[in-house]
Write a protein that binds this ligand. Sequence first.
Ligand code: DGT
Ligand code: CA
Ligand code: CA
Ligand code: ZN
Length: 590
Amino acid sequence: MITDLNRQLARIFREMSAMYTYIGNAERFRALAYQHAAQAISGLTQDVTRYVESGTLEDIPGIGEHTADKIKEYIHTGKIEKYEVLKKSVPLELLDMIDIRGFGPQSLKAIHENLHAQTQEEVISLLVDGSIAKLKGFGKAKVDNMLRGLKLHKVVEERMLLWDALRYGEKVKSRLMSIPQIIHIELAGSLRRKKETIGDIDVLVSCKLEDRKKMLTAFTTSTDVKTRLASGLSKASILLKETNRQVDLRVVNEEEWGAALLYFTGSKEHNIHLRTIAKDRGLKVNEYGVFRMSDDKRLGGKTEQEVYELLGFQWIPPEMREDTGELELSERKKIPELIQLNDIRGDLHIHSNSSDGLNSVEELARYVLENRRYEYIALTDHSKSERIAGGMDEAGFLKQVQEIRAVTKKLGKDVVKSGAEVDILSDGSLDLTNELLSQLDWICASIHSGFTKDITERIIQACENPFVCCIGHPTGRLIGKREACKVDWKRVFKAAKETGTALEINAQPERMDVNDALAHEAKNAGVKLVIGTDSHATAHFDYMELGVFIAQRAWCTSSDILNSGSWNDIVQFRKYKRKRMGYLNNKIAF
Ligand code: DGT
Ligand code: CA
Ligand code: CA
Ligand code: ZN
């Protein structure tokens, strides 16, 4: 749970970090300290005031004496003096661009100082009209890179990440629940289908005809509404204050609920296809119900189940409604039993403070034992090439294995497994020796640099290593920031299947990697998938839900997802691969 205060503080610290980065090298330690503090706060599972009250603020990994003082200052006075001062000395609005590819602090500084740009719009027009290309250090490749960065960024400017939209959606929903006239509420549209990005939030409610006016007034005049865009008696649209994002609310009568929910859930393509099939059967379906065409008699529409059944179909989970063959399956009553969050028995991608995570081994173990029903988690800290992320060498990993053993003994519970997220280097070799890899429980191999170089070959080479269990975030994309690598997926799937290597569904909100379409192809190619949260703090364990949504949109059942199995299943998976690749046990010479 991330509270409002935590979110505000994390945002301020992120901005302070960006401002110090902008100021330059002399302030790089401050920039880093505020970045860690921002991460620490967004990783908290309780409101930060709880730590202040109990005097344990500085015990939070990532919070130091100075950042702790700033937190207290904000709680007591509602602002941070240093932040206000900094804001006056740097063009804060420009700093919003720091995360866009090609717009690092040095570039922004040069643009600000030489061309006096103050706003994002000014920077963009200076880029487009060629003024920036004339600056020293801004060659053609650099400017092209900036233009591509802007194009990528457009996606997140115009659409929301699913993770953010889910939170806004839940807020809107819970507020609507307090309006007494409403009978049913459901989030609809792409949010209900769990698409990876969301254009606007659609909400459907049912209420009595005579209550509509009161209900709609309550909705459009609520405190979190910034602007009312439109309102009638059956719908209203508003912009949310917090995010400037649109919410479309539709109101229907209770007996129309199912037909309307189906209609407003979409996708449009699914609906159109469904209507065409219905027509062939002499039936008409719209947002009000199902009707017989010959005499317009209404046959039903109170529940989605009823609508689908009247048309000759099995109910279809919203995540599958993209018109990619689900109607054909449903007609044959062959809709799979999709994997559910409850099926997940462990998380195999976790970072501890041995590399760039926030929590110690013991903290992670205690957190899981107290808060999750997991049977296992695997620590997959970075390997030595990832210097900025605190990557470890072989000796570091061996030390961590000892630490895990000690924690297991102390807590009397064997929940933390050893592992590594080992870098796939630019020549396709791995960043850690086989001798070490063979001693760890779970190996995830990932590409973190050299994204343009022979990705297909490098992934295949990693699959061929007997100790690699899984390829992490296989496409490397970051939504809005970095494109997916160009990879010959057919060859990768073949190698993964033949070697017994899994592919990861990385559940970080910006990654969602592999995505739904690729996960679906991988599943069809017989490749096992693993959902990993890539957690760097305990709050990130919640991302598992996102990974499950991707798997559902890929039509996966629990048998497609390795970590819906027990730890013994994972061990068997690992054994199978080692055997296949010619290693029968760990007792081999290297
Ligand atoms: P988004 O907002 O771009 O992420 O995508 P959606 O799918 O939420 O699209 P949106 O908000 O325009 O409309 C919500 C749902 O309403 C959509 O999924 C299906 C339904 N819908 C909207 N326009 C049409 C239409 O012209 N025909 C049909 N059959 N359904 C529509
Ligand atoms: Ca929508
Ligand atoms: Ca809409
Ligand atoms: Zn990674």
